[in-house]
Design a protein around this ligand. Structure first.
Ligand code: MSP
Length: 646
């Protein structure tokens, strides 16, 4: 017997540095849909996902919480796995970069590249922010050449490090991107070439000595392997490359499809192929870089809260509806916008009024007019042809789209047929046919055509909505055999005297206004700020420690922009004493004239610092007011200047 063709598909591996959100679901749900569809088509599928658990950020977060990095990531990894279960993700393998076999394989990969001369020891020169203990490259600094986190001055730094000779491979990778159809959409190829390859590929620093939470370079253990070299390797270590844990490398490599969001396409289209070229391994066949799910028009932030928590959405609407909406509303290659209204309206229009209504009306009419079982007599009419033709061709329209990850387009095609079928009900008026005994044969034809259309649509939708389709098959009386891929390409497969059985409504209509109110009420700060709360609990201070921070009231008497900076304002503050100058990073939100005369709170005993060459003696207090918004804490006008705040 001929061996099945294989199909290897991967999601990125996720950082377990906070709980997963709906944005994380897109790639995984999209890959799951493709994996399911390929299985239907008879492929032997390997669908890989996992978590990317090393790096300085994880080390820092764990330290803040007083736990080890592994203790920090373990519950978050469990939560990711729980989410994938909730969303019906049918992955075949889950890799954690802390898995022993992966660690050992990465060490071997690193050594191999070193032995081949592609990794060499050098000196990393960059910038260092002493208070943050962070290294930065020139390009990461803010517009004033200061630390992008705290905006203080940085100093030149040198660190011994290993480098990967990517510069030698610029031509080869450019050729790979331009002469193959590896990267899609095509616009991203130009982006990669113009933004990264043409300006000149610099050798990549692939080891760090400034933190320890990573895979040690086994022949020089004060270095840990750069997190991207560690992470990208997952796609081959998970198949058993350089380890005995698995044994499928020959079978599945090269990958058929890597899927990622746009901001990490650079690593997958330049660094990853170069690493593989260096290892003399075949290159993956396709990479699809999709856009982001934005939230209410802006990028997701913790303060937006838990309405976009996928667990909440799946519980309220069912995981299939969530899967459907995120796939349907993401245009190929560009961003989509998520809001509660968009989600609810999509569920109502396509699933409740569209597909759900088609199924329930058809089954209810077969039940009402024929007691559930269609008679054998038929009467066809020309009017039937368009629907029969559309439904009969649907599988072959949809299959290539799914193969190219054009999932929104594939759903659009399926729902064109769903809409056509609903229109067919209006045109044929089965409720009128049902009243006339002489028109029963015609009615049976109409209902049969509808049931067949539903069989084909639900069969193709099974990869998108794996819970709903089997429920539909029960209702329309389709045997498992008739939902197989081969049968979905043909119209007229249900038995002539098919028997339907009425069932639950698939997608109850949602009352938009009521639902939005309820969702808003769900946004309790306790839930929205859960992570901060954990950090607060882990970082409790005593009243004496608090008393060490001297907070005082003051009045802004003069204020101007700092010329070299877009963010900084220079404030003269009457502090009830000799006056002081404070530099504050609030220029994005306040004009100097808005601040003069305002009473503020400042930290009086902060050690003075120079920011963009200006002395700052203290810090004024402000609070985050949502994504990219900040408000200064103003005091009442009659508060005297220089009073102690406690
Ligand atoms: N750990 C790296 C990937 C290493 S792969 C060898 C990483 N992890 S991540 O958790 O930050 O992101 C994982 C994936 O989720 C990325 O493709 C990322 O772009 C995607 N998304 C995160 N937020 C998203 C949206 N709001 N919308 C769509 N995808 C988003 O990057």
């Amino acid at each position: 017997m001929a061996e099945k063709k294989t199909y290897y598909i991967t999601t990125p591996i996720y950082y377990p540095s906070g709980n997963p959100h709906i944005g994380h679901c897109y790639t995984t749900v999209a890959c799951d849909t493709i994996a399911r569809f390929k299985r239907m088509q008879g492929y032997d599928v390997m669908f890989l996902t996992g978590t990317d658990e090393h790096g300085m950020k994880i080390e820092q977060k764990a330290k803040e919480l007083g736990v080890t990095p592994k203790e920090y990531v373990d519950p978050i990894v469990d939560n990711f796995k729980h989410l994938w279960q909730t969303m019906d993700i049918s992955y075949d393998r889950y890799i954690r970069t802390t898995d022993e076999y992966h660690v050992k394989s990465v060490q071997k990969i690193f050594k191999k590249l070193y032995d081949k001369g592609y990794i060499y020891k050098g000196e990393y020169t960059g910038k260092y922010c002493t208070p943050c203990e962070s290294f930065w490259t020139e390009s990461q600094l803010d517009e004033n050449g200061c630390c992008p986190d705290c905006h203080r001055s940085v100093v030149d730094a040198h660190e011994e490090a290993y480098f990967l000779k990517v510069s030698d491979f610029a031509d080869k990778v450019e050729k790979f991107l331009t002469e193959t159809d590896y990267l899609s959409p095509k616009s991203r190829v130009n982006e990669m070439i113009n933004n990264f390859i043409k300006p000149g590929l610099e050798d990549l620093c692939v080891s760090r000595t400034s933190f320890t939470w990573g895979i040690p370079v086994d022949f020089d253990p004060k270095h840990v392997v750069y997190v991207w070299v560690d992470a990208l390797s997952n796609y081959i270590t998970a198949l058993g490359y350089e380890n005995d844990e698995y044994n499928d490398f020959e079978k599945y490599w090269p990958a058929d499809l890597h899927m990622t969001a746009k901001e990490i396409v650079r690593f997958h289209s330049i660094i990853w192929p170069i690493m593989l070229m260096m290892l003399d391994l075949p290159l993956p066949k396709h990479l699809y870089g999709h856009g982001w799910i934005n939230f209410n028009g802006q990028k997701m932030s913790k303060s937006v809260g838990n309405v976009i928590d996928p667990f909440v959405l799946a519980e309220r609407y069912g995981s299939d509806a969530v899967r459907y909406q995120i796939l349907r509303d993401m245009p190929y290659g560009s961003d989509s916008n998520f809001s509660n209204e968009i989600m609810i309206n999509r569920i109502n229009s396509d699933l409740a009024n569209g597909f759900g209504n088609l199924v329930s009306r058809t089954v209810a009419m077969a039940d009402k007019y024929f007691g559930g079982t269609l008679p054998e007599e038929r009467q066809a009419e020309d009017l039937d042809n368009e629907l029969i033709d559309m439904a009969g061709k649907l599988r072959d329209t949809v299959a290539p789209l799914i193969g190219e990850a054009q999932l929104a387009k594939a759903l659009e095609e399926i729902f064109k047929v769903v809409s056509r079928a609903n229109k067919y009900i209006d045109e044929t008026e089965p409720w009128i046919l049902g009243k006339d005994e002489a028109k029963k044969a015609r009615l049976a034809s109409v209902l049969y055509n509808l049931l067949e259309t539903i069989r084909i649509c639900s069969g193709l939708l099974a990869a998108f909505m794996p819970k709903t389709s089997p429920e539909v098959w029960k209702q329309i009386g389709a045997s498992e055999e008739l939902t197989k891929y081969d049968e979905l390409g043909k119209f007229g497969k249900l038995p002539v005297n098919v028997t339907v059985s009425k069932g639950e409504m698939l997608f109850p209509r949602i009352d938009v206004e009521k639902e939005i109110d309820e969702l808003n009420a769900l946004l309790t700060p306790a839930k929205a700020f859960k992570e901060d709360e954990d950090l607060d609990k882990a970082n409790v201070i005593t009243i004496d420690q608090f008393a060490e921070v001297k907070l005082r009231s003051g009045e802004i008497t003069a204020c101007e922009k700092i010329k070299k900076s877009k963010k900084l304002l220079k404030l003269q503050v009457d502090d009830g004493r000799n006056g002081r100058q404070i530099v504050s990073g609030i220029a994005n939100w306040y004009k100097p004239e808005d601040l003069i005369g305002k009473k503020i709170v400042f930290v009086a005993n902060l050690s003075p610092a120079k920011l963009c060459g200006e002395l700052s003696e203290g810090m004024i207090l402000a609070c985050d007011a949502g994504e990219d918004d900040v408000r200064v804490l103003f005091l009442d006008k009659d508060v005297p200047n220089g009073s102690t705040i406690r």
